[in-house]
Design a protein around this ligand. Structure first.
Ligand SMILES: O=C(O)C1=C[C@@H](OP(=O)(O)O)[C@@H](O)[C@H](O)C1
Ligand SMILES: C=C(OP(=O)(O)O)C(=O)O
Length: 429
């Protein structure tokens, strides 16, 4: 187990280009694997999870080559081959759920496996729509390993019961290859990278209010693309910037898709001055440069994160909770029960680590209420092998009164292997 020691800091200064967005990298990797032709992907995520996706695409017959400057994926032209071993999704819920939809229409038997954490995560949420389309899927008590007996699928009209971009994507990827037109409605709009990625690879997809429709039998064609920087990785440094009055952080080539960028509004509400220096669109995704300085917050009460906002900030909630005790206003996070079934029970681990640092707060089944203006001390942090917990508490450590020891720091590599190196460069002690 890797240990990282994080000392209190006095300032955060510098500029950064983030590695490619994890969500977009998964989708480009999968669609490139299915498409016809050779896709070139620059700034592909360096995280272990999207590389699990690429390994699965290779096992399904795509050719994946790391060319140094970019990744090349030569797709199977619409027909995956029977893999000769189980598809290993590692720690990645995105891989397991989205890939299930992508491969279910193919006439082979697939087994999807993952690590211990992934085996604890709910998979019934994808079995329900995919089996309604005609896929035969076996789970073990609602969990992986998953066996899919693939074959022709029929379109469905599906209403997502939980806000989940992974479930939405599994249905769209299956719908792309089904017979008829698949429709899907979501009550809370989740990240729309799949919609943009499908269009980029040549598919037609329509949206009317909250209802998406995709016709089956569409073929995909290879693209050249640069993956925008990962805003969920940037979140750690954006939150760190709020901790010091003279912070100055510049993030270049950053993904700013509006369905992902609620964090920028939250950072602003917490006193961050966020300047957008430029923005452009590439394959439907907004990409730009931002500068962030800290300033006084105008909040009169605790920052409240509930309902749709909770769903939009789902991956950023651990780091927001980790800095909440230092914010003058404090924070209320509710409607976040999903956090209990991510790579770890993130509410429990945030609570345990905040408690270890001496914070006071109230824990709920679906969130936390954390008073502001607290002083925390150094402690031994348990990452629970969860990348976002390891990184969130490295940020909390920056304002503690003494050194923190992060146990299980290697988990950061799941989404952001360079995190601790950048932290050391940006933070001044
Ligand atoms: O679609 C995606 O890329 C993701 C969707 C979210 O999961 P859910 O779909 O389970 O909410 C998020 O937590 C995950 O990190 C990535
Ligand atoms: C929940 C996450 O990812 P996944 O569901 O793909 O494991 C995450 O990155 O925080």
């Amino acid at each position: 187990m890797a240990i990282e020691k994080v000392l209190p800091a006095s300032s955060l200064q510098g500029s950064l280009v983030l590695p490619g967005d994890k969500s977009i990298s998964h989708r480009y990797g999968m669609l490139a694997g299915l498409a016809e032709g050779t896709t070139r992907l620059s700034n592909f995520s360096t995280g272990a999870d999207p590389h699990s996706t690429l390994a699965c695409m290779a096992a399904l017959g795509a050719t994946v080559e790391n060319k140094g400057t970019h990744i090349e994926v030569t797709g199977v032209g619409g027909e995956f081959q029977q893999p000769d071993a189980p598809l290993d999704c590692g720690n990645s819920g995105s891989t397991m759920r989205m890939l299930s939809g992508l491969i279910a229409p193919h006439p082979h038997t697939f087994t999807l496996i993952g690590d211990h954490s992934l085996t604890l995560r709910p998979m019934e949420r994808i079995r329900r729509p995919l089996s309604a389309m005609g896929a035969r899927m076996e789970l073990v008590d609602g969990h992986a390993p998953i066996t899919i007996y693939g074959g022709p699928l029929a379109a469905i009209d599906f209403e997502t019961p939980i806000p989940s971009a992974q479930v939405k994507t599994a249905v769209l990827f299956a719908g792309l290859q089904a017979q008829g037109t698949t429709s899907l409605s979501e009550a809370i709009r989740t990240r729309d990278h799949s919609e943009h990625a499908l269009r980029a690879f040549g598919a037609t997809l329509t949206r009317e209010n909250n209802r998406l429709s995709i016709a089956g039998g569409q073929k995909l064609h290879a693209i050249d693309a640069t993956v925008p920087g990962d805003l969920s990785s940037a979140a750690f440094f954006l939150c760190a910037a709020l901790l010091f009055p003279d912070s100055n952080l510049i993030l270049d080539s950053l993904g700013m898709n509006p369905t992902r960028s609620a964090l920028l509004d939250v950072v602003t509400a917490l006193g961050g001055k966020v300047r957008i220096l430029n923005v452009e669109e590439t394959h439907g995704e907004m990409v730009g440069t931002i500068q962030v300085n800290a300033g006084p917050s105008s909040l009169r009460g605790p920052l409240e994160i509930r309902g749709a906002l909770t769903a939009q900030l789902i991956d950023e909630l651990p780091v927001l909770a980790a800095i909440a005790p230092y914010m003058p206003s404090g924070m209320i996070i509710r409607d976040a029960k999903e956090l209990r079934i991510k790579e770890s029970d993130r509410i429990d681990l945030v609570a345990r680590n905040l408690r270890a640092m001496g914070a006071t707060f109230t824990e709920f089944e679906d969130g936390l209420e954390i008073p502001g203006g607290q002083t925390l001390h150094g402690a031994t942090i348990d990452s629970g092998s969860d990348h976002r917990i390891a990184m969130a508490f490295a940020i909390a450590a920056l304002r503690a009164t003494s050194e923190n020891t992060i146990e299980g720091a290697e988990a950061a590599a799941i989404s952001f292997p360079e995190f601790f190196t950048h932290l050391k460069t940006l933070c001044k002690n």
